[in-house]
Design a protein around this ligand. Structure first.
Ligand code: NAD
Ligand code: TYD
Length: 357
């Protein structure tokens, strides 16, 4: 670790969500000498079940709270003598941002601003600077054509309320470095997949619908391209960047696995037909091409050579293995899926995919 004290007291925000839960598990189990505090508002996307297995570990504390609550955040910084923050709490789903953009401005922009301001005030009052690592997305760079890659120098060009709000938060984090000298870092990662992802995102939604024999809604012609990274590899990258990254820097994270949506959905159908003993090809019959997402970004692809060359990280999980593990997890955690697919999920699903699509 380059520039901070040996005993780490890390505040992780959004640790009950998809990626946050994998980050929490990794930190709590790998670093028994650290104190890991998880601040999460438990929105629809936050789920205590995601971290049930580590909730009794002595180096772990869960605090329910909102990153917009400055008084609460400030009291946590003091109570736990926090010297690092890994900030993941966010509204994270593009389709929801199209339906309710201001919720994204509130949490992603104002919430991140509030956290930064609490850190700045804490630094002023105690002379202790908090290492602030902001976890962001490649979607801030906008969309690519059929060639090229996002690098850390690519100009921001967000095109959805989600990516615009994440871009706003990234800019604030950088501004706190250049204006106030706060020790901040940013990473921008491509699409994650793996256990514990809320079934509003492409892969878990398709797995659930294939299992249930429901229609598989593919937006537009299914030709949009995403780069996929297994969530535990992202957690490893976050661990690496938190410990070895240079303040003031940005690191791109990617999976080196670009796929057209339709090819990914067909692969899921084949793998699941096989695992569930269905006739090969039967799940593919569930595919429906539906109305395209507004402003649907064509392609994301990441050049992560900076992270590879400077900090030595590369993705460890090959896609077939990761996807197979993910399917197995969902099939063996039907209770987890059932608990999530509650009234509010049904309401969201009906609004998003209801008649007319
Ligand atoms: P998620 O939606 O699964 O989880 C978000 C978590 O944040 C939930 O636990 C939720 O309860 C919590 N939260 C939301 N608003 C909060 C608030 N106001 N105060 C405190 N907690 C709050 O999200 P995810 O997919 O795990 O993404 C985590 C982070 O990683 C986000 O910042 C996202 O932008 C970024 N990211 C995600 C992906 C991806 O593919 N999922 C890729 C790159 C970057
Ligand atoms: P998503 O998982 O929402 O991630 P993001 O929009 O942040 O990349 O969507 C991944 C891709 O899958 C994206 O191109 C939109 C598409 N998609 C569908 O075709 N159907 C769906 O039901 C969903 C949720 C997404």
């Amino acid at each position: 670790m380059s520039n901070h004290s040996a005993t780490q007291h890390i505040l992780v925000t959004g640790g009950a969500g998809f990626i946050g839960s994998h980050v929490i598990r990794r930190l709590v189990t790998r670093y028994p000498g650290y104190r890991i505090v998880n601040l999460d508002a438990l929105t629809y996307a936050g789920n205590p079940d995601n971290i049930r297995d580590i909730e009794d570990k002595p180096n772990y504390t869960f605090v329910k709270g909102d990153i917009n609550d400055a008084a609460h955040v400030s009291s946590i910084l003091r109570e736990y003598d926090i010297n690092g923050i890994i900030h993941l709490a966010a509204e994270s789903h593009v389709d929801r941002s199209i339906a309710d953009p201001l919720a994204f401005v509130r949490t992603n922009v104002l919430g991140t601003g509030t956290l930064l301001e609490c850190c700045r005030q804490y630094w002023k009052e105690t002379s202790k600077a908090i290492r602030f690592y902001h976890v962001s997305t490649d979607e801030v760079y906008g969309e690519l054509g059929d060639t090229g890659y996002f690098t850390e120098e690519t100009a921001y060009d967000p095109r959805s309320p989600y990516s615009a709000s994440k871009a706003g938060s990234d800019h604030l984090v950088r501004a706190y470095y250049s204006t106030y000298g706060c020790p901040t870092l940013v990473s921008n990662c491509s699409n994650n997949y793996g256990p514990n992802q809320f079934p509003e995102k492409l892969i878990p939604l398709m797995i659930r619908n294939i299992k249930e024999g429901l229609p598989l809604p593919v937006y537009g012609e299914g030709t949009n391209i995403r780069d996929w990274l297994y969530v535990e590899d992202h957690a490893e990258a976050i661990d690496t960047i938190y410990h070895k990254g240079e303040v003031g820097q940005t690191y791109n994270i990617g999976g080196d696995k670009e796929l057209k949506n339709i090819d990914l959905v067909r692969t899921l159908c084949k793998l699941m037909d096989d695992k569930m003993g269905r006739l090969l090809g039967s799940s593919e019959e569930l595919i429906r091409f539906v109305k395209d997402r507004a402003g649907h970004d064509h392609r994301y692809a990441i050049d992560f050579s900076k992270l590879k060359n400077e900090l030595g990280w590369t993705p460890a999980t090959d896609f077939k293995t990761g996807l197979s593990k993910t399917i197995d997890w969902y099939l063996s955690h039907q209770d987890w899926v059932a608990r999530i697919a509650d009234g509010s999920y049904k309401e969201y699903y009906e609004k998003q995919y209801g008649t007319g699509q």
